[in-house]
Write a protein that binds this ligand. Sequence first.
Ligand code: FAD
Ligand code: EPU
Length: 338
Amino acid sequence: MIIQENYSLKNLNTFGIDSSAAYFVELSSIDEIREVLSDSKFTSISKLILGGGSNLLFTKNYDGIVLKNNLKGITLIKEDANFYYVKAAAGEIWHEFVMYCIKNNYAGLENLSLIPGNVGASPMQNIGAYGVEIKDVFYELEALNIEDKTIHVFNHAACKFGYRESAFKHEYKNQYIITSVTFKLLKQPVFNTSYGAIETELKAMHVTHKNIQAISNAVCNIRKSKLPNPKEIGNAGSFFKNPEVPNNKYQSLKNDFSEIVAYNLENGNVKLAAGWLIEQSGWKGKKIDDAGVHALQALVLVNYGNAKGKEILDLSQKIIDSVKNKFGVTLEREVNII
Ligand code: FAD
Ligand code: EPU
């Protein structure tokens, strides 16, 4: 375990922001995590747990210690008539874990293929795509309490999952290091192709008999056609959440903007496509210095090269203000601002 000082984070965040950490350490075991947390030098400074850096924006240098989670290992811990219970260490790469499950015929994660980042961050915002969220396959997680350094187990209810939400973004924020996540995966797959684009893609791929590998391939194809690859252009996926509004607000918007893109929710509210709101506010493809709005997906803010985190943040505020002005809807950032 090597603790480094004044460490560049540029290659450790998918936005490619040139920021640095006062201290940086990679942690490969729970003992190492406990050791660094016990070091009196670090007890009173702030701590940032870093996974793949694909859902955060550094707006300044980080003056505490960055703990890069590198815990590895995947284990089938038990099975019953219908399910496999698969435990993955927090530092496993999410997409590689999904591929491992597909290869072993553990079903349920295929719609979540190709989401960047690590397993440990997946419960943080209840990652979701193409009709599935991890709350649908989550069993429990283990997390180390930063204060007392003991491992706590959190079941489904304790995590309080919501749309891009969990208790780890609120009451447990900065208190726990998630060390592993256990998923409850199906022995008999239930194919979720409710997102029309998946059916269309499966047809284009000439798939006649659905299977989890084919669904994964279809999702990967759709994602590659829509989302910018962070290796080519810095971004953190959707910068904002899709806002939820009461039905009467939606009806009045629909009167004024008949083309508005929206989805009905079970609770009677309506979710609006933030990408549409941003595009209609004139931001799609716009660029201020190196900070921009992606030309194909207005919900994705991008770094064209040397943008500073603060410039991306300022751009996001301009977008929030425009959308509020035009539609009376307040966008909320999905990306964690550091
Ligand atoms: P990081 O960015 O490293 O961390 C995110 C937050 O979690 C930080 O606050 C960090 O401190 C905290 N954290 C990380 N690991 C731990 C841990 N072990 N314990 C405690 N706290 C921790 N998200 C979706 O939901 N759906 C998508 O379809 C999607 N598509 C994307 C596409 C692109 C091109 C990109 C760049 C991002 C996309 N995202 C998507 C966002 C991102 O992939 C997810 O949020 C992912 O789970 C972040 O994982 P990470 O390891 O990179 O987390
Ligand atoms: N749209 C526009 N203009 C745009 C972009 C989108 O009008 O520039 C409209 C289109 O009508 C489109 C609709 O918005 O049909 C929805 O767009 P898309 O299917 O691309 O999905 P999204 O709502 O933009 C969400 C998630 C993604 C997830 C996809 C697929 C959020 C905040 N984003 O995006 O998650 O991959 O659906 O399920 O919920 C992420 O969280 O980082 C992320 C990428």
